[in-house]
Design a protein around this ligand. Sequence first.
Ligand SMILES: [Zn+2]
Length: 113
Amino acid sequence: MHEVSMMQNTLEIAFDRARQNGATQIECLTLNIGELSGVIPEALEFAFEILIAGTMAENASLEINLIPVTCYCQRCDRNFQPQDFVYRCPQCQQISTNILTGSELELASLIVS
Ligand SMILES: [Zn+2]
């Protein structure tokens, strides 16, 4: 269960940030999850529900932003979103190895009180 340890780490970061801001409760967490991160959002939500019990995030809601894959084509000097798992530029057909977004796994924002 990769998602449980990932959620645990994220919550610890959130608790630290909340405490630094003198908050006693976390109301909402927003995560950026890239398509390439390998994380299953449903599993993350499930882990969240279990892990927040008895913590300052007990009543918090979880929002997940799914970040699509974006590649950069050096030849065309443009960004594109691949249509499948082959990162081929739609303009020049060159395969891009320059992945700009899609592997994120981060706490995007936190609402505390
Ligand atoms: Zn191109």
